[in-house]
Design a protein around this ligand. Sequence first.
Ligand SMILES: Cc1ncc(COP(=O)(O)O)c(C=O)c1O
Length: 395
Amino acid sequence: MELSQRAQALPASPTLAISARAAELRRAGERVFSLAAGQPDFPTPEHIRRAAAAAMEAGHTGYAPSAGVPELRAAIRRYAAERLGVEYADDQVVVGCGAKQCLANAFLALLDPGQRALLQAPYWVSYPAQVRLCGAEPLVAPAPEQGLLDLAAIRRGLEGGARLVVLNSPSNPSGQVAGTEEIDALAGLLREFDCYLVSDDIYERIVFTPEPCPHLLRRHPDLAGRVIVVNGVSKSYSMTGWRLGWALGPAPVIGAMRRLQDQTTSNAVTFVQHAAVAALESEPEVVDAMVRQFSRRLDLVCRLLDDIAGIDYRRPQGAFYLMLDVHRLLGRSWRGRAVDSAARLAEILLDSQRVAVVPGEAFGAPGFLRISIAAAREDLEQAVARLGRLVEELD
Ligand SMILES: Cc1ncc(COP(=O)(O)O)c(C=O)c1O
């Protein structure tokens, strides 16, 4: 069958592929230690589950406005006013089926075929695929040695005519957070080049620093007309399967995103939207308790990794991932098999030690492995010990 060029060019998500292979091994009765998860391993908090059940019982089971139910739009605007310091009008918010849909629609609203969007490596796997779906071209700024952003490369991309920049802080996969100096420099570039910023804030609540994650709009509220903020309940409230996200930004862009939803998915699940109001109105402790757990696990994993020779890492300040730099292991071999890439190392790790990780190639970071700390402490201990065992077996 002849598929459209658009469909043919669309790659399968590599993170989902690894999880699928691990699930296959599990079905065959194998014990697999997965450090590939992209979601918190906690149940959705009880008050949110109850709010969903109550909304269903109250009859919130029909179609709703594509832009989201008014109660949730209002709650999102209050949340943004509190966290970002920006007062958005009602026509500046749209609720979607996860941050992922909001990102895709933001790109569709802003990018024409042939235009360019700047991504900072290492980047979340769906950005380049979504940009290409618009017929646009992703330009990638190489991963910096320090910090989150390669500002010189971003400047070059903007000089080359890129129309928008994507910022993801804290970042999946690196867990790095943009510092205030980077944020200010990026704000300067947005002003100078009159371009848009898509700020993917999905991990914004999950930070291990005493102070909150610096946000461009908190420091430069005058740029609100050029920034599309994307966020959702998936990571902060452990609600990945509920599929609920939102975007805030200039009314013409949000209007286009609403029309895209009108003609494709319509509204996010109606009773989930009511549960999302309960999530956004939660006590901060609901999120903070989860962040404390991640922070303790991060300490544990870093301690264990420090004992493995040949693996380097930069300690993350947020999200729940670490990028392991395995460049020093490449060129070695395992039982006659050449370890010539991180992807090959990940394959061998799954085959020989039953540990699933995501190779960095998927994030524009060859020579790295992404591990997730969204797993039980015992599993983290076992998995890192097994990684160490494999490294010892390399010739
Ligand atoms: C950086 C980043 N953005 C967006 C998303 C999508 O989130 P959602 O579940 O709200 O669609 C993810 C999920 O893994 C992510 O890691």
